[in-house]
Write a protein that binds this ligand. Structure first.
Ligand code: ADP
Ligand code: MG
Length: 374
């Protein structure tokens, strides 16, 4: 694009991906989650271009595009919708945005359950807030980014990804209550263990349609339970006893989805306690139990993720593992003793290659800070 030739950025923003320790699919069910940002991130460079409404955005590895702030509409090119959706949502709150140029460069694997999508949305929102002095709070940026994903991208996501990308604090996970948006930073010390991500490199494109289906199944469960429990607004208010009482009235899949969410909320609280006590054995075993639920009850795993989680089970140096993120592939999160990491990665890579003929990608992550100006 033409602007790239003499682009002189006036502002640089980094916007991180995230992992979620525990609490998968609980955010849109108004439950608890325990995410943190990681070191892998998207870097945005911005400059005002002195035009009233002309914008140019270029992302490394993609074709750049230009648009007019007065004519924002959903694009046929999906990645552009992460940008356009944020612009559209910002324009509902303020008219202070003017023409700008932006370059984007990422070291976050896409579609791997590390939420490159939220990093895109939040980095843009944060950058425009700084560039044009929009006066948006962090929470406003989180919420408008989530709405952008609903309205322009079409994924009915909860608030976790955007919240984690913007609000995270180095060395901590965030215990977030997605109903009240109250949150606490929980320090995390897992040495001599490390957090190792294994990227299955599988990104099933049914992920976003199945995601919306899971959300509907949970809503179906809530609607059935509301008949005898009018106070129930979401699965957050549903107790195990209520669910068992309503079991005969719901399709078995709906029961399984609800059952998973109720257990998963309990696991977030149990995980928080275990992290506070530095009880790493319990931390690990909660990950394994969660994966069972992800695979058998919520049915958002896949053979590749199941294989990698199972592969860790007879290795004493691995405390626990599970698939993270929305599902159907992406990364598994593993807690591995530092002395065993290299050997483990080598063995897992060989086994994975033999089984699926895919080169496994492994990397360490550390709880990191949120979106920021550099
Ligand atoms: P995840 O959020 O787990 O990475 P998603 O499917 O929700 O997976 O989001 C991935 C999509 O986000 C990509 O397919 C692409 O459209 C968009 N995206 C992510 N990073 C970038 C980038 N650096 N440049 C352009 N688009 C990106
Ligand atoms: Mg995403």
């Amino acid at each position: 694009m033409q602007f790239l030739e003499n682009f002189q950025p006036e502002l640089t923003i980094t916007s991180p991906g995230r992992i979620n320790f525990i609490g998968e699919h609980t955010d849109y069910n108004m439950g608890y989650v325990l995410p943190t940002a990681i070191g892998n991130k998207i870097t945005f460079k911005f400059s005002r271009n002195d035009s009233y409404n002309e914008c140019n955005v270029f992302s490394v590895g993609y074709q750049g595009f230009s648009f007019d702030l007065k004519e924002i509409a959903v694009s046929d090119v999906q990645w552009e919708n992460y940008i356009l959706g944020v612009i559209s949502e910002i324009s509902k709150l303020t008219d202070k945005v003017r023409g700008f140029d932006c370059t984007i460069e990422s070291n976050l694997p896409l579609g791997s359950g590390l939420s490159s999508s939220a990093a895109m949305e939040c980095g843009l929102a944060y950058g425009l807030n700084e560039l044009f002095d929009l006066g948006l709070s962090k929470l406003a940026m989180v919420e408008l980014s989530q709405r952008a994903e609903h309205t322009y991208v079409g994924t009915q996501c909860g608030i976790m990804d955007q919240f984690a990308s913007v609000m995270s604090k180095e060395g901590h996970v965030i215990l977030l209550d997605c109903r009240s948006l109250e949150y606490q930073y929980i320090p995390i010390h897992i040495a001599p263990y490390k957090l190792i991500m294994l990227n299955t490199k599988v990104s099933h494109n049914l992920a976003s349609s199945e995601y919306n289906t899971r959300k509907m199944e949970c809503e179906q469960g809530v609607a059935i339970l509301q008949k005898s429990n009018p106070e129930v607004m979401s699965l957050r208010e549903v107790t195990r006893a209520m669910l068992e009482k309503g079991k005969s009235e719901m399709p078995s899949k709906v029961y399984d989805r609800c059952s998973f969410i109720i257990d998963e909320n309990d696991r977030v609280i149990a995980m928080t306690e275990a992290l506070k006590k530095n009880d790493l054995k319990t931390v690990g075993s909660i990950l394994y139990t969660a994966h069972e639920g992800i695979s058998n009850l919520y049915e958002v795993s896949c053979p590749e993720s199941d294989f990698l989680v199972d592969f860790t089970k007879d290795n004493d140096a691995v405390l626990g593992a599970r698939q993270t993120g929305g599902g159907f592939g992406g990364c598994t999160l593993n807690i591995i003793h530092e002395n065993a990491v290299d050997a483990f990665i080598k063995e897992a890579s060989e086994a994975y290659k033999n089984k699926f003929n895919i080169e496994l990608e492994a990397f360490e992550v550390q709880p990191s800070g949120g979106t920021q100006v550099i």
